[in-house]
Design a binder for this molecule. Structure first.
Ligand SMILES: Cc1ncc(COP(=O)(O)O)c(C=O)c1O
Length: 425
């Protein structure tokens, strides 16, 4: 076996595998066709047909309903805004609390603050990395209105249990499914199991339109609220005199061009997933025969979308730090993320409770805070982030089976030389 690159040997890959666009001729043709039609958007903020957008927006929404078996779809311009809309659609606002997974992209929790409500973080399961249902009830207060659970890295949360707890306490459940389109729980699509599910179409997601988001819900009232918030709903409400709905609207609309790209990408989702799952299965098999590295845990009846592949690292077995291992892999041409986004409650905005200018709102709407945002409140997520997790973005196009073989060759080289590598620390 050749010497590891970190010890001066030749790297397995001279250059890391590049980022490759998943756009094809179909997407280009679809964009050209929208351009030629002259209708780049058809939204109008007045009640009537145009309140719901143009032909491509409606076609994308219909396609999402069909592919994921949902009654309603509402497209918006990102998953961030989709989360914002979903929280608002549930009627959540000042004085309310929402339970949120702390291991996610910041947008999940920001959606709560943007509605002037307060996130309360629930620790995750040490094996699946999704919200641990057994930790939920300890954080429920009279102010709790909803749970936002994140289908992180592509694996659905324990939705059957979360839905049971939510029903018992009369809470809404929102699924942040930005990373898990096409994943399932007992054959049911992730993103459609809770009251509302949110999808992302940003450029690094499994399917994308550059930017974009889609909300799915089987609840007609929530769907209507989402449509109103997306498009300056107060205008339409004024005309309809329907003050049953209270929510400030905005312009969160998707353009016809983005919708046209999304339609073509959605048609390719199952092929993309097939490829990701083939590569991921090879990674899982390979990790079973390696020391100190643990692959995904997929509960019975679940399928994974493998937005990325999370690996649990055991520094004791490797006798070197996770950082050194990741650096050695990087020098072999395989970048590995060390942890994911740090636990959200440790970000400054939470630590200092500083969201809007010089006030402590929305936290100050609550006299007796349910949670003190400090190290130690979610020990599992802290251990995962600061000690254990490595994130491999190697299930995407253009990775092939051969690249996964190379990935393991790099791991084996580093394992063989771990004692020498350790001395570099
Ligand atoms: C879990 C999760 N939620 C929300 C978002 C926000 O998505 P968008 O970039 O479409 O706003 C992301 C994006 O990375 C995400 O990974």
């Amino acid at each position: 076996m050749s010497k590891s690159a970190i010890l001066g040997g030749r790297p397995i890959r001279e250059q890391a595998i590049p980022w490759v666009s998943t756009m094809g001729k179909e997407e280009t043709d679809a964009v050209v066709s929208v351009m030629e039609s002259g209708t780049l958007s058809a939204f109008l903020a007045n009640s009537g047909e145009k309140f719901l957008g143009g032909p491509k927006v409606k076609e994308l929404e219909k396609a999402f309903c069909e592919r994921f078996n949902s009654k309603n779809a509402i497209s918006v311009n990102s998953a961030t805004t989709a989360l914002h809309v979903a929280v608002a659609a549930c009627g959540i606002g000042p004085g309310d609390e929402v339970l949120v997974s702390p291991y996610t992209m910041v947008a999940t929790a920001s959606a709560v603050l943007m509605n002037c409500a307060v996130p309360v973080f629930v620790d995750v399961d040490p094996d699946t990395y999704t919200m641990d249902p057994s930790k939920i009830e300890q954080w429920i207060s009279p102010r709790t209105k909803a749970i936002i659970t994140v289908n992180i890295f592509g694996l659905p949360s324990n939705l059957p249990e979360i839905m049971k707890i939510a029903k018992k306490h009369n809470l809404y459940v929102i699924e942040d499914n930005a990373q898990a389109p096409g994943a399932t729980v007992d054959g049911v699509e992730a993103g459609t199991i809770a009251d509302i599910g949110v999808y992302s179409l940003n450029y690094h997601k499994i399917i994308h339109s550059g930017e974009g988001g889609v909300i799915l819900t089987n609840n007609d009232k929530l769907a209507r609220n989402c449509q109103l918030i997306r498009n300056h709903g107060e205008v339409a409400l004024d005309e309809e005199d329907d003050m049953d709905t209270v929510a400030l609207g905005s312009n969160l609309r998707m353009s016809e061009i983005h919708a046209a790209i999304g339609i073509e990408q959605l048609k390719k989702l199952d092929d993309f997933l097939k490829r990701r799952r083939r590569l991921a299965d090879k990674i899982t098999d390979g990790l079973m025969n390696r020391h100190g590295l643990k692959g995904v845990t997929i509960p019975q009846g679940y399928t994974h979308s493998y937005y990325v592949y999370p690996i649990k690292y055991d520094a004791n077995e490797w006798e070197m730090s996770r950082q050194t291992f990741a650096k050695a892999m990087q020098m072999e041409g395989f970048p590995l993320g060390v942890g994911y986004v740090k636990p959200i409650y440790l970000m400054n905005i939470y630590k200092h409770k500083h969201v809007f200018n010089n006030t402590t709102y929305p936290f100050a709407f609550i006299d007796t805070p349910t949670q003190d945002y400090k190290m130690g409140i979610c020990p599992i997520v802290e251990r995962l982030h600061y000690e254990q997790l490595l994130i491999a973005d190697i299930c995407r196009i253009p990775f092939e089976e051969k690249d996964i073989d190379d990935f393991f060759e790099a791991i084996d080289k580093i394992w063989e030389e771990r004692k020498k590598i350790k001395k570099l620390e």
